[in-house]
Design a protein around this ligand. Structure first.
Ligand code: ATP
Ligand code: MG
Length: 400
């Protein structure tokens, strides 16, 4: 392996003016966290880049880990050489030889360090001539080269690379406040969580669990989903709310068609209390308009009545297919489609109301007091800290 560094570019962070250093500090922390499992690897910072120094570690798993860090725009596997013409020429030749099957190349020198005595143009020419002289069957093509040898001359050394790898983009998790994500075992809510993290938001989870109607396996699904999502932003707090009594009461006291609407309102009330306790400023859900009966504009209107907090629905305008594609890409899909019941699928009415009104639902709830059960549920929340390594240690298959 000729490359010993990964060059990290920030992209959008550059737009953030005065807060720029806060974003970069957070990115640095997040990057160090995901790279903690690689003891030899170090992260160093320069003015407008970060460098992952591999110290002999194979780059592939490191790149995969970096690709999960929001705020990184792109990356390149790079070789660091001294700021000397001969060293740069030799490095460029190694990079070209490393690009198997390349028949044409282009050299692209950027001299960010102006004290380097040779201009970019002149270096382009010198390095190009060196490569032509020391290879056979390879020619220059400045328009559509098979490989572009990029050379960045910086104060701390010269970096040579030829590939640009996409990063996850977005903003570093931890720079955009915190949300409480209502996480079911379904396909949508984990994707909603991922999209929030992508915008720099730290996510805490709340899950409503109704044993024995929902099994330990349904809960395990939620643990595993949280584990997958924790790869993108570090350990996640998961609040598991015992919901059985409330659910039974709802379905005993409220007409069947309105059960789902009232259940959602109760979930939001509990979520709001958890936010209050933990200083969280918003609730996020995986709802998408028109996907099911409980996700119409009228339903959202009635459900939202019970909380003043912003309810963020990142998927509101997504098609199911788009959501599924993201779920597959981020690694939650296979977990979400495991066939275990969630608390909603069990009590789901045959024809839930699609056009509820606040007036009607308030009238139905008027005679029923859920407060005692809500308080009890809040007292008995199970709080777990979930990290990816942890869920990996105890894979789902072990529990079968
Ligand atoms: P998902 O795929 O996220 O389960 P869905 O299309 O099945 O979504 P619903 O079952 O109507 O939709 O749920 C809508 C949203 O309500 C979910 O995206 C999730 O945010 C929240 N939700 C549903 N069930 C639960 C639960 N048991 N615990 C926590 N949140 C839930
Ligand atoms: Mg669901």
């Amino acid at each position: 392996m000729i490359y010993d560094h990964i060059l990290i570019r920030y992209g959008e962070l550059g737009l953030k003016g005065k807060n720029r250093h806060l974003f970069i500090d957070q990115l640095h922390r997040n990057l160090k966290n995901v790279l903690a499992p690689f003891p030899d690897v170090k992260v160093s910072r320069a003015r407008d880049r970060m460098y992952v120094v591999l110290n002999g570690q194979h780059p592939e798993p490191v790149i995969r880990a970096c690709q999960k860090v929001f705020g990184i725009y792109s990356m390149s596997l790079a070789m660091k050489v001294e700021n000397k013409e001969e060293a740069i020429k030799a490095g460029a030749l190694k990079a070209l030889n490393n690009a198997k099957d390349a028949k044409t190349f282009k050299v692209n020198v950027r001299r960010a360090y102006k004290k380097f005595p040779v201009s970019s143009q002149e270096m382009n020419r010198l390095v190009g001539a060196h490569l032509l002289k020391n290879t056979t069957g390879i020619s220059v093509d400045v328009h559509e080269p098979d490989v572009e040898i990029r050379i960045e001359i910086r104060e701390n050394g010269t970096f040579i690379y030829s590939e640009v790898i996409d990063g996850a983009r977005g903003l570093p998790v931890g720079t955009g406040g915190k949300t409480l994500l209502m996480l079911s075992g379904g396909i949508d809510s984990p994707v909603a969580g991922y999209l929030m993290m992508k915008r720099g938001v730290e996510v805490e989870m709340i899950h409503f669990h109704s044993p024995p109607f929902t099994s330990e396996r349904a809960k395990q699904k939620v643990l595993d989903l949280t584990g997958v999502l924790s790869q993108y932003g570090g350990p996640i707090t998961l609040n598991i709310v015992p919901f059985t009594k409330l659910q039974q009461k709802i379905f005993r006291e409220i007409p069947n068609r309105y059960g789902m609407t009232v259940m959602r309102r109760v979930m939001f009330k509990i979520a709001e209390k958890v936010c209050e306790r933990r200083g969280i400023l918003s609730i996020a859900t995986g709802e998408s308009l028109g996907q099911v009966a409980s996700q119409t504009m009228a339903s959202m209107n009635v459900i939202n009545e019970v909380t003043n907090l912003p309810v963020i629905r990142p998927l509101v305008a997504f098609d199911k297919e788009e959501i599924v594609n993201i779920a597959k890409k981020i690694g939650t899909y296979e977990i979400s489609i495991r066939p275990y019941e969630d608390c909603c699928t069990i009590f789901v009415p045959s024809s839930p109301v699609t056009n509820p009104t606040r007036k009607k639902v308030n009238a139905l709830e008027a005679g029923v007091d859920f407060n005692e059960e809500i308080e009890e549920a809040l007292r008995n929340i199970e709080v777990l800290e979930i990290s990816h390594a942890q869920t990996q240690k105890q894979p789902f298959s072990d529990l079968l």
